[in-house]
Design a protein around this ligand. Structure first.
Ligand code: NAP
Length: 305
């Protein structure tokens, strides 16, 4: 049995593993995809203190290596169920059932979909949720990015360097991305920003060839020929397996505050999966440290009594 099971190997989960191992506790981390979480898709990180211009992939691999060097065990399996009823917590995964004295849930969130006609049909054939993964397939072509947050601006900046033309399509005329990112994209010659605009339909034969866009201000519909649509419209939590046991807010995020406690003794949450105002690397890392510290305190008290 491990001291702590951590669900998710993103920034929050791996930071929790680092802090847990350094507190002398054995940590086992379950991850269903790849280490790093959402940030693995970022072409360049500019807002993590002390780190400028490092790619999300390089950062993720460094964090993964650091947790492993400190002794954390990372297993690539999906968590499919939990039993938090006893003092020993049970976590059911695609590779079996595991027990621990404490659990830290750091399962992040998934990319939100537009939900328009053609999106699902053309996924992998011009509809993508990751510019750094798929951008190179559209070198020299015209593409669109949807969204007005950090991810949309990062992806637009990245694609503007490899594509002939990039449309940034946003549903409002105000952006939530950092001002430096917005200013830089607005100055980029091969980027056209379409505000108050939503994609009604993504069309094509075998692959994406154009989109129908509705202008929300005047209701007009226009069609733009292009080869790919990169969707960067935020995240949605995937906390369904916990919903009967732990409190979620109306959007499905864990209703836990800055101390990362859930209301169930020995179960903590960290990172993007919990209700918070600012979902950033730095806040995910902070949560990981707080949750591991709380789990360590709980284990010392509970299991040495
Ligand atoms: P986000 O910050 O939640 O922004 C989502 C954007 O998509 C907003 O512009 C939103 O518009 C728009 N949107 C939401 N639902 C939509 C829909 N159904 N149709 C069309 N547009 C829609 O998401 P994100 O940019 O993907 O970032 C996710 C999280 O990761 C954020 O917390 C972000 O700060 C963080 N992040 C951090 C870094 C970094 O630290 N380097 C990099 C990337 C992302 P409205 O404004 O109208 O709601």
């Amino acid at each position: 049995m491990n001291d702590i099971i951590i669900i998710g190997a993103g920034t929050a989960g791996l930071t929790a593993a680092i802090y847990g191992q350094r507190a002398g506790l054995s940590c086992k981390v379950f991850e269903k995809y790849a280490p790093g979480g959402q940030i693995v898709n970022s072409p360049s990180i500019e807002n993590y203190p002390g780190m400028y211009g490092v790619s999300g992939y390089d950062y993720s691999m460094a964090l993964f290596g650091q947790a492993q060097k400190l002794g954390a065990e990372i297993e690539f399996s999906e968590v499919t169920g939990i039993d938090f009823s006893g003092d020993i917590k049970k976590v059911i995964t695609s590779s079996g059932e595991f027990e621990a004295k404490a659990v830290i849930i750091a399962n992040g969130a998934a990319r939100r979909k537009i939900g328009c006609k053609g999106e699902e049909e053309f996924e992998g054939r011009g509809v993508s949720y990751c510019a750094t993964c798929d951008g190179a397939f559209f070198r020299g072509k015209t593409v669109a990015v949807v969204g007005g947050g950090e991810s949309a601006f990062e992806e637009t900046e990245y694609l503007s360097k490899i594509c002939d033309k990039v449309y940034l399509i946003h549903r409002r005329d105000v952006f939530s991305a950092a001002k430096t990112a917005v200013d830089s994209v607005l100055k980029t010659k091969n980027v056209t920003v379409l505000t108050n605009s939503v994609i009604e339909e993504i069309k094509g034969e075998n692959a994406v060839s154009f989109v129908a866009i509705k202008n929300r201000a005047n209701g007009s519909i226009s069609e733009i020929p292009l080869s790919a649509v990169f969707v960067a419209i935020g995240l949605i939590p995937e906390n369904g397996i916990f919903k009967d046991v732990l409190k979620l807010d109306e959007a499905g995020y864990f209703d836990a505050d800055e101390n990362c406690e859930t209301g169930i003794e020995g179960v903590f949450v960290a990172g993007d999966t919990r209700k918070k105002h600012l979902r950033q690397l730095v806040t995910a890392a902070s949560d990981g440290a707080v949750a591991a510290n709380a789990a360590a305190g709980y284990i010392r008290k509970k299991f040495s009594e």
